[in-house]
Ligand binder design. Structure first.
Ligand SMILES: [Fe+2]
Length: 354
């Protein structure tokens, strides 16, 4: 709302023509633009179509009275400098008008010198009010801009922290030719399985992030055990199992990851409740963790390992069918099976095209 909006236009509303004319003459001499109305309805019409800065309003008029008019005026032009004109015996109505938003009232017969000062004062108060509103708006805009900036900064930092951890996982896996690309594959396939189950876009992305980070805890596992060829001793296995708790501890400060941290912690839980680290059972295991756990087994079977050849996808799905109900959630297995067969169909089509 501009504070200086060209010439100041005043609207004089009075049912008595001589008063309207006298006021118009005086106010025009004072440098104001003046429009007049003989009653409430006409005044409202003028307010609707024209920018009015200040208004002199007779309290006592036939038809809509000044008192009734004030709320309607304030609704159309909330910042208007409104002065009431009232008879000596009607100070109560004038006070009521001021309660409803009028700035001041003048008692008839009107002393023109007093009127000039009152209008000037009312316009100054209007100006101050508008200035206050403008400062408030400016402050609100400024705060909103800062909040948006801070959010953007925070989102960037969050992205960077996850990207750094992903880079760490990649570096860890790159050292082992059998593990290279494992987490990236688990992430992509897990996201597809989540989509197949009907998860929301947000959940799918959480599962993808969980897949990328699920083995971050292996950073804390002794290298000679990680790289050991052949079976682990029970003690070594206990040590390897710690990668899920270490992983969730590493991620814990990244509060924005939310449920992803649970996916990492619980991806070795089993459907029958005999997994680790918390022996969660069935649907108490977060869905993302159930998906990542099943997909991790699938990925281990379908990539070459020192002790095993690469297994074709359809065999791997069949092999893990034996784990449904004990290790793997039946619903997750169904989704995995259908994602794998869709992928196989695409590979087949590609082969035919070649
Ligand atoms: Fe794992």
């Amino acid at each position: 709302m501009p504070l200086t909006d060209g010439p100041v236009t005043l609207l004089v509303v009075d049912d008595e023509e001589p008063i309207r004319n006298a006021l118009r003459k005086f106010l025009t001499q004072q440098g104001y633009e003046v429009v007049t109305a003989a009653g409430g309805e006409e005044a409202l019409e003028i307010l609707q179509r024209q920018r009015i800065t200040g208004m002199l309003l007779d309290v006592n008029m036939p038809g809509i009275t000044g008192v009734e008019l004030v709320p309607q005026i304030m609704e159309i032009e909330p910042a208007i400098a409104l002065l009431m004109l009232t008879a000596v015996n009607d100070a109560t109505s004038a006070a009521l008008c001021m309660q409803r938003g009028a700035f001041d009232y003048l008692i008839k017969p009107i002393d023109l010198g007093h009127l000039g000062r009152a209008i000037h004062q009312a316009l100054r108060r209007r100006h101050t009010q508008l200035e206050g509103q403008q400062i408030n708006q400016w402050l609100k805009d400024e705060v909103a801009a800062r909040v948006a900036e801070r959010r953007l900064e925070q989102a960037n930092q969050e992205r960077i922290s996850v990207a750094t951890l992903e880079a760490l996982v990649n570096a860890l896996e790159a050292k082992d030719p059998f593990l290279r690309g494992h987490s990236a594959r688990v992430a992509d396939l897990s996201a597809m399985v989540a989509a197949q189950i009907g998860a929301s876009d947000e959940q799918i992305e959480a599962v993808r992030t969980g897949g990328r980070l699920h083995d971050i805890g292996k950073i804390g596992i002794r290298e000679e055990i990680l790289n050991k060829q052949g079976p682990l001793t029970p003690e070594e296995f206990e040590h390897v199992k710690q990668h899920v708790t270490v992983g969730s501890q590493i991620l814990a400060p990244l509060v924005h990851l939310g449920e992803v941290i649970g996916f990492v912690r619980s991806h070795h839980e089993r459907w029958d409740g005999t997994g680790y680290p918390d022996r969660l059972r069935g649907e108490a295991i977060p869905l993302g963790a159930r998906i990542i756990g099943a997909v991790e087994i699938y990925d281990a079977l379908t990539t070459a390992r020192p002790y095993q050849d690469r297994m074709p996808p359809e065999h791997a799905v069949e092999r893990i069918r034996d784990m449904v109900g004990t290790v793997i959630d039946p619903e997750v297995h169904r989704a995995l099976e259908s994602v794998v067969s869709q992928r196989q169909a695409l590979v087949f089509l590609d082969d035919v095209r070649v």
